[in-house]
Design a protein around this ligand. Sequence first.
Ligand code: NI
Length: 396
Amino acid sequence: MLKRLKELAEEYNDQVVILRRDFHSNPEISWNEVETTKKVAAFLEKLGCENISTGFGGTECGVTAEIRGSSEGPCVALRADMDALPLDEENDVPYRSVRKGAMHACGHDAHTAMLLGAAMVLSSVRDQLKGTIRLIFQPAEEHGLKSGADHMINEGVLEGVDVIAGLHVWSPLSSGKIAYRSGPVMASCDAWEAVIQGRGGHGSAPHMATDPTIAAANIISSLQSVVGREIDPLDTAVISTGKIEAGSAFNIIPDRVNLLGTTRSFKPEVQDRVEKSIGRLIASISEAYQCRAEYKYTRYVPSTINDEKATLMVREIGEELLGADNVEESPLIMGSEDFSYFQRKVPGTFFFLGTGNPDKGTDNPHHSPHFNVDEDILVSGVTILSAFAWRWLASE
Ligand code: NI
């Protein structure tokens, strides 16, 4: 069956490339994917998909649709994200972004096009499908605070879904390869914030004031001991201080210091520990220096944790399609991905489709103004997504 799905993916590849270039030329940033949503919905309607629904998170963005097989069975969800990033494109290509301040610099244009490709492939074999395929075109993966995945889930897109798969084109990985990983694969992304309140005064008379900069300086250095001394050395965490705000002149001891930072981790228990330990150090160090502290910790995106069975299926499909040499275990990645929200509700797998090819200039970093996708890999992405859905339905 893989051979048949691959042939279909090849047959539809020209259309997938055209779609990808159209999305690339007309990028829309998080929660502004209005035109993209309309195009995707119209395409799915023409294809004969059922239960098409648009507009999530109180916006007009986001699409879900279903391809129903000839008989009842499980429901497999396939997900693509659709948003662009707020930067100007610097690639000189015929399909370059026509919008200032918006660019598909992470490859979500390719994700959307590949999922439409999979919709074409699976629609062609729908009489042979035993179950339902739910297509999820998600807005706002890049937003951080208002995650498109989170909003779509709250509005019921996972109801009845048994398993979900998604992919990311990946420029650090060579074109023609894929990478999988069971268990944690991408980190959680959180933010922490502290206000250290002292008592301002004259720079020449520190004894008359309570200097919050001393407390803040000690907090910033001590936070690194959480990673070094409190987390199992075999686990991973990052604590970074990104913003320090205090003071107004050289001879004034400031009244307060604001600190802002981020943390990354993979395991929920490490994340819990990091949150607690940062709070403890901020409170106790502030107290030691006679300051008062406020602390806030915001969980942005959870870590991406892949289901073993679904991941093994992607690996097997990849090995059959591309050869074992072209299928690798992914390293842990400190970046985050809101696909993780889906995985908190249903088992799922998120894998990487290599797009790095120095000869084509497609090995630039994600989010760079020079990022571009090797279009020759799209057919593999379409085939693997289709095959995953097919195989899961056939195996249950
Ligand atoms: Ni991305």
